[in-house]
Design a protein around this ligand. Structure first.
Ligand code: ADP
Length: 164
């Protein structure tokens, strides 16, 4: 069975990457897909986010990286995925994620949504928290893959503290 892990990944964090590594062991194939969401104003362009994910998952041969727009269920069907994978960090994620899962079920009854619990060590991580720390020059090496830390430093025009 193939799974689709959709998200904004703006940028990829170690929380996302941990979920990718653990779920890649459970499925025959995993498509990590960046949603091009017109209602969000992204920090990193889609191509940059795809590069970040490709670099960080280069050691995982069963992982494909793609982008999509439109309905997640339609893209899951295009990829041949039977499962949509999402991560849960806290109760605060649950309500929104459940609503989306029910919506997707109503649109595509054959598709299942599976939730994977975050690794405890990464439960505080979100793309926005990482950007907030990087904006003020704080260290993010324990939050994101190395390439993303460099991209954040370049974006916020600072030398990465890990490189000093
Ligand atoms: P979206 O805008 O679709 O929520 P995100 O990139 O913020 O995109 O998140 C994609 C998925 O990854 C979501 O299911 C989210 O709950 C999950 N996720 C985000 N951060 C973490 C983390 N630290 N640990 C586990 N899952 C996470």
């Amino acid at each position: 069975m193939k799974a689709l892990y959709p998200g904004s990944f703006d940028p990829l964090t170690l929380g996302h990457l941990d979920l990718i590594e653990r779920s890649a062991r459970l499925f025959d194939g995993l498509v990590v897909a960046v949603l091009q969401n017109p209602s969000k104003n992204p920090t990193f362009p889609v191509e940059r986010r795809l590069d970040q994910i490709r670099t960080a998952t280069a050691h995982l041969p069963q992982v494909e990286v793609a982008s999509f727009d439109g309905l997640t269920v339609a893209f899951a069907q295009t990829c041949g995925a039977g499962v949509i994978l999402r991560g849960l960090r806290a109760m605060s994620d649950f309500e929104f994620e459940l609503q989306i899962a029910h919506t997707n079920k109503s649109l595509a009854p054959d598709l299942e949504t599976l939730f994977m619990a975050t690794a405890t060590a990464h439960s505080f991580l979100s793309s926005s928290v990482v950007k907030e720390v990087a904006r003020f020059g704080g260290p993010v090496g324990h939050m994101v893959p190395q390439g993303v830390a460099q991209d954040l430093a370049a974006f916020f025009n600072r030398e990465s503290p890990e490189q000093r």
